[in-house]
Design a protein around this ligand. Structure first.
Ligand code: FES
Length: 122
């Protein structure tokens, strides 16, 4: 079972929750379920409000991901997805460090999520 640790100014201290194996809900849904207040608006990958920084804690190569087109565009427009990071994501399926919580599907990996509490700011 994977753990997701949330760290942000709206939390008095880091909060670690379990992600159920096989559950394909988004990181934003997991945060909401656990009363963790990550800013959001559209919930559809378009506004960038739910920007988070993801750190993989297992010390191994992160699992392959597929960024949605909306997430690619929104992260690029916000300056959080460089051409190099985009190439890594498209060619090697490697996740970039910044993601949108409403598009991020929680996998069976232990991760740390940092958010600012300000919409669109990591
Ligand atoms: Fe708008 Fe995630 S809530 S991009």
């Amino acid at each position: 079972m994977a753990t997701v640790t949330f760290a942000g100014p709206t939390l008095p201290k880091d909060v670690t929750v379990y992600a159920i194996a096989g559950d394909t809900s988004t990181l934003l849904a997991l945060a909401k379920k656990n009363n963790i207040t990550i800013p959001f608006q559209c919930q559809d990958g378009e506004c960038g409000s739910c920007l988070v920084k993801v750190t993989y804690l297992d010390g191994k190569t992160p699992m392959a991901i597929h960024l949605t087109e909306k997430e690619k565009v929104t992260l690029s427009v916000n300056g959080k997805l460089t051409k190099d990071l985009l190439a890594q994501a498209e060619v090697n399926d490697r996740p970039p460090p910044y993601r949108l919580a409403c598009q991020f599907i929680v996998r069976d990996e232990n991760i740390r999520i940092e958010f600012s509490g300000e919409p669109g700011v990591e």
